[in-house]
Design a protein around this ligand. Structure first.
Ligand code: C2E
Ligand code: MG
Ligand code: MG
Length: 799
């Protein structure tokens, strides 16, 4: 019990003492003041059961104590019923109202409820030690009580039956019977076991009931003999009993019963004779003594030496018997203690062994868990996956069923990780893992291969089902993921291989799913691809391309072409976009959309990017020297390049080296470079300080929105070709472009439409007030030599 509850209990004990003392003060000092006695007595009689009722019901609402709750509920209801009975009784008493049995009704109910409450506790006691000895003890106590009650209460009621009338007889007689039943229940409980309730609670309840019992019987005795007056010394005993119940509830502490078997150890300090057990043993003897005492005081016997002698010898025998009993019980107690200690030791040892075993099991489990799980996402890992696939292939072979393996890779995850940090990257992976788990479901297996790669095994499936699921995964992963307040957009590429069509071994199935995933990436990411035989060649091709690209600069295979940008208002060429070209002796012309992703994957992009930047700057310088002025050249910057720590320094050192005026240079970055706003803003500001213009390339194809862009220090927005395609027919594309245009105007940004291929697109953009256009409609990318004639021809046209 905590300190505060002990304090509460103490306070309540003081309250009880104060309450009962006040009552006695009232009785003693205001005996002749009827009104005060009546009012004070009424209040004190009613408040106590109400207080008890509230305290008892509180125990009912404490959920932890199981079926014993009903004991508290019933005794609380009994207290309230008792209070109502008392209120009616007092009212009748005060106004000398003709006797009605209404108060008796409520008291009956109270007795009945108390009785049921006690029985409900008895019902829970399991180790009822109903030994013959205890049954005898109960019978002895009952016999004594019944005899005394009979003599003083029941017989007088019966003998005055004619006088008081039948109704009174029944009412009066039913009380002692009810009370005796309560006594019987109490005794049974007392002799059965005390471990349903905490010891103090139990003792207080028994005490309370005993008090009620004695005071009620005495009250009946007084009433029958017309001796009862208000202000009798027994009056405070009722509220006292009620408050004892309240106190009992305070000792019914939380941890009792919850921990399982309560502590039933009877603490016996040396010299403390009258403990629970002793009381149990000597109670029948006390009762015999009591009835002897009554006998003597009633003068039933003529006192002579023989009577004195027989009483004295009986008493001596009783005392001797008690002493033997105490001795026995002490011996018994010691044996029990020894036993208990032994038991405890055994228990302790068993527990220790059990715990050790459990620890061992747990660590075994842990080892197994770690060996087969990914610590970040909690998914199973590659090792586990391969094992399962192997088993499933065996099973599928037997029943002739199909399996599918999906290889999932998150597109541009590396960017997120590099730009937003590993922590965000980790959170994103966890969220993706959870999404995958919930889409895929049992009995299929989701596992993490490492990095941003996941694998899924689908059991007993078909190609259609698998592709449908791949589609679902792509859709689900596309929806924004909120991490630390950032709305992250991630897409995924999925490769699928099927058993048995694409392989019958674990390795080949996984490898082919992987190959298909790369193929999906090459086709533009955010899609799935099922394996086909051509892909194997493709992979070899990719490896060869990578090797070729490594030597491209040295082999002089690279060149830059320039695509003009036209200003719609003036019809003049105002800029050129530098685009990298690679012509390999073996592969011929390789498209940037093929080799740029390979360069990005392998990190070669920084080397290539630097080369293009220097190349373009040198070319601008040449053009300026040749007299072509007022034309800006934009150079594409990959995110990996942009995120390099020394990117700004590199740019500025190239400009210095060539001594090129920075205002001729424009850098095209993509939205993924701006994922980390702080870094992006910082870098862009420094670039702008150098005097370089910045444009956002492929706007709309990536992650961000205009609200994201508006905080960035940029100058130009290049609307992605996908919005311009079909703009003349596709209403939603047209609407998007119109909105981007009007918003960009508000943000003071120049807008360039990319990939304009025909007149109608041109017209539309002109009408909507787009600033510049770029596309085959104006010109395909031009070699260095082609630029000058083109600019001149356009200049001619514009005038
Ligand atoms: P981008 O920066 O959006 O460049 C525009 C791409 O669209 C170019 O493709 C260009 O040839 C093409 N294009 C322009 N007008 C039209 C049109 O009307 N119709 C069609 N169908 N296509 C049009 P290219 O040169 O193949 O480059 C593709 C992408 O490769 C570029 O997209 C850019 O992201 C990347 N790239 C090219 N050169 C470099 C470079 O030097 N560095 C980096 N980091 N990326 C580069
Ligand atoms: Mg570009
Ligand atoms: Mg573009």
């Amino acid at each position: 019990m905590s300190n505060s509850t002990t304090k509460n209990n103490k306070l309540f004990i003081y309250f009880i003492a104060f309450y009962i003392l006040s009552y006695y003060t009232l009785i003693i000092f205001f005996k002749s003041y009827d009104a005060i006695l009546l009012i004070g007595g009424t209040i004190l009689q009613i408040v106590a059961p109400l207080v008890a009722g509230v305290m008892l019901i509180k125990q009912f609402y404490r959920k932890s104590i199981g079926s014993i709750r009903y004991f508290w509920l019933l005794s609380s209801l009994a207290s309230f019923s008792y209070a109502i009975g008392m209120a009616i009784f007092r009212y009748n008493f005060a106004y000398s109202v003709q006797y009605t049995s209404l108060s008796d009704l409520f008291w009956y109910v109270a007795i009945f409820l108390f009785l049921i409450a006690l029985i409900s506790v008895m019902a829970i006691t399991k180790n009822t030690s109903k030994t013959i000895q205890y049954i005898f003890d109960i019978i002895i106590v009952m016999v004594v009580f019944v005899s005394i009650t009979w003599y003083y209460v029941i017989e007088p009621i019966i003998s005055s039956a004619l006088e008081i009338g039948l109704m009174y007889t029944i009412v009066y007689a039913s009380y002692p019977i009810g009370i005796l039943m309560v006594l019987f229940a109490l005794l049974s409980l007392f002799y059965s076991s005390e471990n349903v309730l905490p010891k103090k609670t139990f003792i207080l309840i028994i005490l309370g009931f005993f008090l009620l019992l004695v005071s009620n019987l005495y009250y009946l005795y007084l009433t029958i003999n017309n001796l009862y007056e208000q202000g009798s010394f027994i009056d405070p005993l009722w509220p006292f009993a009620m408050l004892l119940f309240g106190l009992a509830s305070l000792y019914n502490h939380e941890d009792f019963k919850v921990k399982g078997k309560p502590n039933i150890r009877i603490v016996r300090k040396s010299g403390e004779i009258f403990d629970f057990l002793t009381l149990k043993l000597i109670l029948p003897y006390l009762c015999v003594l009591t009835i002897f005492t009554f006998m003597i005081f009633q003068g039933v016997l003529e006192i002579n030496s023989i009577v004195i002698g027989s009483i004295a010898s009986t008493l001596l025998i009783i005392v001797r018997q008690i002493l033997t009993l105490i001795q026995n019980s002490e011996l018994l107690y010691e044996t029990k203690e020894l036993n208990r200690e032994l038991e405890m030791k055994v228990q302790h040892r068993t527990k220790e062994l059990f715990e050790k075993n459990q620890q061992l099991e747990e660590s075994m489990e842990k080892v197994g868990y770690i060996a087969y799980h990914d610590s970040l996402t909690g998914l199973t890992n590659r090792r586990y996956f391969e094992k399962v696939v192997k088993n499933e292939i065996e099973a599928a072979k037997r029943v002739n069923s199909k399996l599918a393996i999906m290889f999932i890779d998150l597109d541009r995850f590396k960017f997120i990780n590099d730009t937003l940090g590993h922590h965000i990257g980790d959170l994103l992976l966890i969220s993706v893992a959870n999404k995958l788990k919930s889409i895929v479901g049992e009995p299929n297996v989701v596992s993490r291969q490492g990095g941003d790669e996941f694998m899924i095994l689908l059991k007993n499936t078909t190609q259609e089902e698998t592709e449908q699921l791949a589609e679902d995964i792509i859709q689900e992963l596309q929806s924004p993921i909120l991490i630390n307040g950032n709305e992250l957009f991630i897409t995924s590429s999925i490769g699928i291989s099927l058993y048995p069509e694409h392989g019958i071994l674990v390795d080949s199935l996984i490898k082919r799913a992987d190959t298909s995933m790369y193929s999906a990436k090459e086709q533009g990411k955010n899609r799935y691809q099922t394996f086909n035989v051509k892909m194997d060649d493709h992979v070899t091709m990719k490896v060869n391309l990578e090797n070729g690209l490594r030597k491209a600069i040295e082999m002089n295979e690279l060149s830059v072409v320039y695509q003009p940008k036209l200003e719609l208002g003036t019809g003049k060429v105002v800029g050129l976009e530098a685009l990298l070209r690679w012509r390999n002796s073996h592969f011929g012309n390789v498209s940037p959309s093929t080799f740029i992703p390979i360069a990005e994957d392998t990190g070669l992009i920084t080397k290539l990017g630097d080369w293009v930047l220097r190349e373009a700057c040198l070319q601008i310088k040449r053009w300026i020297n040749e007299g072509i002025q007022d034309i800006k050249v934009s150079v594409n910057v990959s995110t990996i390049q942009f995120m390099q720590k020394d990117f700004i320094e590199k740019v500025s050192s190239i400009l210095k080296e060539i001594s090129l005026d920075p205002e001729y240079l424009e850098l095209e970055i993509t939205e993924s470079s701006t994922l980390d706003m702080d870094i992006a803003i910082h870098k862009l500001k420094r670039l702008k300080q150098l005097g370089i213009m910045i444009s956002i390339d492929d706007f709309g194809s990536g992650y961000s929105s205009l609200s994201h862009i508006k905080n960035l220090p940029i100058d130009i927005l290049k609307i992605d070709k996908s919005f311009i395609d079909d703009i003349e027919n596709d209403k939603s594309n047209a609407a998007i472009v119109s909105t981007i245009l009007s918003l960009a105007r508000n943000l003071d940004l120049v807008v360039i439409a990319e990939g304009v291929e025909n007149e109608r697109q041109y017209q539309f953009l002109q009408e909507k007030g787009c600033d510049q256009i770029q596309g085959y409609f104006i010109s395909k990318p031009l070699s260095v030599d082609g630029v000058r004639p083109f600019i001149e021809s356009m200049y001619q046209q514009s005038i």
